[in-house]
Design a protein around this ligand. Structure first.
Ligand SMILES: Nc1ncnc2c1ncn2[C@@H]1O[C@H](COP(=O)(O)OP(=O)(O)O)[C@@H](O)[C@H]1O
Ligand SMILES: [Mg+2]
Length: 287
């Protein structure tokens, strides 16, 4: 059983992409899981992190990115699309991380929102189920499909949510960043109801945590106390130079060397362990 999980927050810069990439690498390297990453953000950060700028340029010039799926949906009234042609295999530059595949993104997605939303698709097809339908061909090859969403709830993001069984919300624990959590949860819930499925909220991931900051400490306490927002993953991801540097496409050697031995690796590994446990409890046992 595959778990499809979207990473979402309407705020940018809160660690969505960094968390998604780290989860994928830990799931593969530490827990032996087969992972498919899908980059739905036209900023292409996840893609460039995982395959580097040169390879991304190559696939983008051949139109072998997620943009091609949406292009095809608009051009062919939502006819069946073989998404496996877009999958880049074994993408992580780390040797131990062997089972992370990626569907890359493209800047071309920016101009496509409205075309996709307005497309006259075939009977029974909708502008939000393009990704869901295409994924059915490949989803069984993976234990986890992680979808990195851009910070909006437009049509392409809704394709990510509609394909997802569950979602996580990365947030920096400060006042401004956490305002948006409730509204996102409500919007996801109402979209799920409209589609006749429940999109399970796995939890909030605290990113860029600074222990020395009283605002950060108080916000985490507050989030943990609140009954209305669900689970906060107990592993707090510290703000650390090495986690920022991990965005570079390079062979760092091991996951520990890549993410940092000052507790960063451990925090990310623990987050991943809790993530696996939570998906099993909330969504069913994977194997
Ligand atoms: N734990 C962290 N410590 C330090 N820098 C981080 C951390 N997480 C993310 N960053 C940096 O913060 C910036 C925004 O992170 P990113 O994951 O791209 O956020 P988002 O996808 O939400 O826009 C990037 O430059 C990233 O390298
Ligand atoms: Mg991002």
């Amino acid at each position: 059983m595959t778990h499809v999980v979207a990473t979402i927050n309407l705020k940018g810069g809160v660690g969505k992409t960094t968390t998604t990439a780290a989860l994928a690498e830990m799931l593969s390297g530490e827990f032996g899981q087969r992972v498919l990453l899908i980059d739905l953000d036209p900023q292409t950060n996840l893609t460039i992190m995982m395959v580097g700028e040169r390879r991304w340029g190559e696939v983008d010039s051949l139109n072998l990115t997620i943009a091609s799926l949406f292009d095809a949906a608009v051009a062919s009234n939502g006819a069946d699309y073989d998404i496996s042609r877009l999958i880049l295999r074994g993408v992580s530059p780390l040797k131990k991380v062997m089972s992370v595949d990626l569907i890359p993104s493209s800047l071309a997605l920016i101009g496509m929102q409205e075309k996709v939303a307005a497309a006259a698709l075939g009977i029974g097809n909708e502008s939000t189920d393009i990704l869901l339908r295409a994924l059915t061909h490949v989803v069984d090859n993976y234990d986890y499909v992680l979808i990195d969403c851009p910070p909006n709830l437009e049509t392409i993001t809704l394709n990510g949510l509609r394909a997802a069984d569950a979602y996580i919300i990365p947030t920096i624990p400060d006042v401004m960043s956490t305002y948006g959590i409730g509204p996102i949860q409500e919007r996801v819930k109402s979209h799920g109801e409209r589609w006749g499925k429940s999109i399970v909220e796995l939890g909030i991931v605290i990113t860029k945590y600074r222990r020395a900051s009283s605002v950060h400490r108080n916000t985490v306490d507050d989030l943990n106390r609140r009954k209305d927002i669900g689970m906060v993953f107990p592993s707090l991801i510290p703000e650390a130079n090495q986690i920022a540097a991990a965005a570079e496409y390079a062979d760092f050697g091991t996951l520990r060397q890549k993410y940092g031995t000052d507790g960063q690796f451990t925090a990310l590994r623990e987050l991943t362990q809790d993530f696996v446990a939570t998906t099993k409890v909330r969504l069913g046992w994977a194997r």
